[in-house]
Structures are given as structure tokens and as C-alpha cells.
Design a protein around this ligand. Structure first.
Ligand code: FE2
Ligand code: FE2
Length: 345
């Protein structure tokens, strides 16, 4: 074990001790692989030095490179998505080959759980539109795989996720990036984006299923969606997948007028929505599988304390059993305690 000043800590290093809050709760557990975000938090908390498990330099380096490699790839993809989306603003032509390539990259991200966890560290408000498109593509691929779709189908599901909001490129910028809630009239204009997206895609060589999924991604099971108030079986299965991925990413991202909420809040909102608005099988597959990621992670509660998730309650995935210092709390019984953010996955 070796002591490091926090300012000298590097992503990829393995923590050799629990970092505890003054009340005794574990903030970051021993064995955690440091990311840049965790290092910032440690500095923020005024922690000067930490113990790091000594291992061959190559092991730390390998992990650091893996994290950096992911971030670089993710930013490169964001750049590509930005270029092609912006390129669509004045023209009708779409470089379909380019889009297919990006959609396949997103399936690759979805095949590595560690990458999916790192997405949380990469969210950037300025790139919301592009990163949202990418993330919905990634989550939709992940969900499609969990639901058992074939590789060929996943390509279209990923593409539908990537392109779901493409029609927004036809909506005036002042409305899309308005730093406040929209008026009813503005909202009516935004609602056109699903039809605009469909029109854009149907003139290009994109599978008709992708175009339909884009057209229907704001339809809801109980007929309360738009543009056509379709219900249940009239909605394409790919669209139902994109809808769940879309809601999850929107809730967990910083948007122009709303700060991000924790993945737990998102799962909770999806769960509540799944009774009427969302396809129950699609939504429940997503929230059960995504909640599994959180075992072992450090979470922040509404009263400012921290804890570690040790066991998930299958019926209430947002109310796990957590470890706070030396004792355990069952959140399904303690109604006052709520998870507001996930610090360390
Ligand atoms: Fe949308
Ligand atoms: Fe969206």
C-alpha cells in the first residue's frame, strides 16, 4: 500500500482504504477503481491523501488507458454525431452509410458494461442533443439485447435510438435550446419532430422499421402520446424500446432547464410510468437489468449521508438494502431515506 496526495492520484488506481465521512459512513469503498470524477469529489471533500493498493504499474496503466480510451472514443463519436446532425440542418440528403457505422459503434458500447457505467461521467450539458442521441442508441441496443433480439435487429434498434430526435434539426434553435419551460405553442411546434424525423428517413435508404420507430417514439401504450395517439399493439416494438431508453437518458442528463436526476429516480419514474404509459415487459426488463448494475455502488441519500448498495429488492429495485457505516438499512422499510445520486458504480 502506498500513500498518495489526492492531487497526485490518477484514474485507474485502486483505492486501498475506505474513505469515510465524519459520521462514519463509507463514501468510497476500498477496492474502488478511481475515475477523474471520484478524484474531483475527494478534493471537494477536502481529503488530502489516500492509500492506494500497490500493484504493477502496468495494471494501473492498463485501467487508466481503458478509461481514457473509452472517453476518447465516446467524444469522437459525439463529434461524428454532431457533424452529421448539424449537416442535416440545411439539406435533405443524409449520409446513410455514416449513420450505419455510428449505430454499429453504439452496439459495441452496449456490449461492455463498464462503458455503460462510464457514460455517467461523460454527460455534458453543451452536447446534450448529440450525447442524448448516442446514449439512447446505446441503451436501446442494450435493452434490445436483453429482450433477445438478433444482431441484425439490433442494428436497426440502435439506429432508431440514434436517430429518434433527428427531426429536431428542423425545429428552430431558439425553441430547442430555450433556457426555460416551453409555452404551449412552442411545445406544439416541438411535437412535430417525430413526423419530421420520419419524413427525413423515409426519403433515405433506411429500413422502414427505423423510420416507424422514430415516428412513434412519443406514442404511449394508453393512447396519451403523439402524433397519432396510438395504443399498445399499434406501436412498433422497436419504438417501445426507444421510448424507454429515451426517458431513462433524459431523466439522468443535465438538460437546459432541469438538472440531472439519479439513475434510481429514473428507474422509479419508469416503474411508475410502466403501469399505463409504457410496455410493461420492455420497461420492467430495463429497470430490473439496469438496477443490477448498482450492486456495490456508493449512493448519496436525500439527508446527505452515503451508503453502499448490498442487495436489491426484486420487487422494488429503487429500494435496495444499503450499508451505512457498520449497519444495514432496508430502504423499502425506511420511508424517509431516498437515493438521490450514484457516486461510484
Ligand atoms: Fe423525441
Ligand atoms: Fe429524445
Amino acid at each position: 500500500m502506498k500513500k498518495y496526495a489526492v492531487s497526485e492520484a490518477k484514474p485507474g488506481m485502486k483505492l486501498g482504504e475506505d474513505i469515510n465521512a465524519s459520521q462514519g459512513a463509507t463514501l468510497v469503498p476500498k477496492g474502488t477503481i478511481l475515475t477523474q470524477r471520484i478524484i474531483y469529489y475527494l478534493m471537494d471533500w477536502g481529503i488530502d491523501s489516500i492509500l492506494v493498493i500497490e500493484e504493477s504499474e502496468s495494471a494501473t496503466k492498463y485501467r487508466e488507458e481503458k478509461q481514457l480510451d473509452f472517453k476518447k472514443k465516446y467524444l469522437d463519436t459525439t463529434q461524428k454525431v454532431m457533424e452529421y446532425m448539424e449537416g442535416l440542418k440545411g439539406s435533405k440528403a443524409m449520409k446513410v452509410e455514416e449513420v450505419k457505422e455510428i449505430a454499429e459503434e453504439l452496439i459495441m458500447y452496449a456490449s461492455d458494461i463498464d462503458s455503460v457505467k462510464l457514460i455517467t461521467d461523460m454527460k455534458n450539458k453543451d452536447h446534450y442533443t448529440y450525447q442524448h442521441s448516442m446514449n439512447v442508441g446505446i441503451y436501446a441496443s442494450l435493452l434490445g439485447r436483453w429482450l433477445g433480439y438478433t444482431k441484425e435487429a439490433l442494428k436497426n434498434i440502435s439506429m432508431a435510438g440514434l436517430l429518434h430526435d433527428i427531426g429536431k434539426m428542423r425545429i428552430p434553435d431558439e425553441i430547442i435550446s430555450k433556457p426555460g419551460p416551453l409555452t404551449n405553442k412552442e411545445f406544439e411546434i416541438v411535437k412535430n419532430h417525430s413526423v419530421f424525423g420520419y419524413e427525413l428517413l423515409k426519403h433515405n435508404e433506411v429500413s422502414v422499421e427505423v423510420a416507424i420507430a422514430v415516428l412513434q417514439h412519443h406514442e404511449r401504450e394508453n393512447g396519451t402520446g403523439y402524433p397519432f395517439k396510438l395504443t399498445g399493439t399499434k406501436i412498433h416494438p422497436y419504438s417501445k424500446i426507444v421510448t424507454v431508453a429515451d426517458i431513462f437518458d433524459a431523466i439522468t442528463s443535465n438538460r437546459v432547464y432541469q438538472p440531472r436526476k439519479s439513475p434510481f429516480t429514473a428507474v422509479k419514474e419508469l416503474k411508475e410510468g410502466s403501469f399505463n404509459d409504457l410496455d410493461p415487459k420492455v420497461a420492467s426488463t430495463f429497470f430490473h437489468r439496469i438496477a443490477d448494475f448498482f450492486i456495490g455502488s456508493t449512493v448519496i441519500f436525500n439527508d446527505g449521508t452515503f451508503g453502499e448498495i448490498v442487495f436489491l429488492n426484486k420487487h422494488e429495485p429503487t429500494k435496495p438494502l444499503v450499508k451505512l457505516g457498520n449497519h444495514f438499512v432496508d430502504l423499502s422499510k425506511d420511508k424517509n431515506k431516498e437515493i438521490i445520486d450514484v457516486l461510484v458504480f
